[in-house]
Design a protein. Structure first.
Length: 277
């Protein structure tokens, strides 16, 4: 299968996540087929012990718990990229308090509608949701203390553009905390090129070192991987794209797919790394 164009990938992701929002129920995860209703749990985080967690806003689409490592403080302005039904935004709100502000950005109209309904039910006045492309965020520059995101950047091909946008919106000294999917080792091309897997958080994964380089290239001065966990791909998914022999070989080598939670910081002077005197 030939690699999909960026525009096609984004359209596929938009359609699938809009369908998930319309189902009005929790998925078993973010890994799903493009033309199927079932989803497979590749890696989810446990939010149950976090203040602000709202079960009906958790669609089970993450691959970590970035809010746990984000270092949020009362009064912070936080942006959540790919905010879905609002789960991470509501957890963030509990940390920043009434004096803080939380902004969710998602390009699915159905997800934005669902998140706004969840916000209205709770009467939150300092949480808002904006429909938009995270490659061109509807957020002012140098206005945000912390950017968070959970298993979203991997779905989109223009990761370098997104990291530059994160740098743009962060205040000097601000930081991001992102949970995402990367590869360490070799990913079979049949898995990487499969259209369905783009929606399932796998095919869009890039090598960990390349992912980190994109962050540094965007101008961040420090970078820390605070959690890293291997992701086991279910046999029923592998069997759709690999022969029995290829599947066994793949499993013997250990999973090349990992969930990582990464923290990166913008310099105090607000300039890109290496340019401050």
């Amino acid at each position: 299968m030939s690699r999909m164009r960026d525009k096609d990938i984004k359209g596929l992701v938009y359609d699938k996540y809009s369908q998930i929002a319309a189902r009005n129920e929790k998925s078993t995860c973010c890994c799903s087929g493009a033309d199927k209703t079932e989803v497979y749990n590749i890696q989810t985080g446990d939010y149950s012990d976090l203040k602000g967690y709202e079960q009906d806003a958790d669609l089970g689409l993450g691959c970590g718990v970035p809010t746990k490592f984000a270092g949020l403080k009362p009064g912070d302005t936080v942006v959540d990229l790919g905010s879905g039904a609002g789960n991470d935004c509501f957890v963030a709100r509990a940390e920043v308090g009434e004096s803080g502000e939380v902004i969710g950005v998602d390009f699915s109209e159905a997800m934005i509608t669902k998140a706004r309904e969840n916000t209205a039910k709770r009467g939150y006045s300092n949480v808002e949701f904006r429909q938009g492309d995270i490659e061109e965020m509807p957020v002012n520059g140098n206005s945000v203390d912390v950017v968070i995101s959970n298993c979203v950047l991997n779905l989109l091909p223009s990761k370098d553009k997104i990291f530059h946008e994160i740098f743009r919106v962060l205040k000097p000294g601000g930081h991001f905390c992102i949970s995402d999917v990367v590869t360490i080792g070799t990913m079979p091309e049949t898995l990487r090129g499969a259209a369905e897997m783009y929606v399932g958080c796998i095919a869009g994964a890039i090598p960990k070192n390349e992912y980190m380089d994109k962050i540094l290239d965007a101008g961040f001065v420090s970078l820390d991987v605070v959690k890293e966990t291997p992701i086991e791909i279910p046999d029923e998914i592998l069997s759709e794209y690999l022969t029995a022999e290829e599947t066994e070989q793949f499993k013997r080598g250990g999973s090349p797919v990992f969930s990582v939670t990464v923290v990166g910081t913008k310099s105090e002077c607000g300039c890109k790394s290496g340019c401050c005197s």
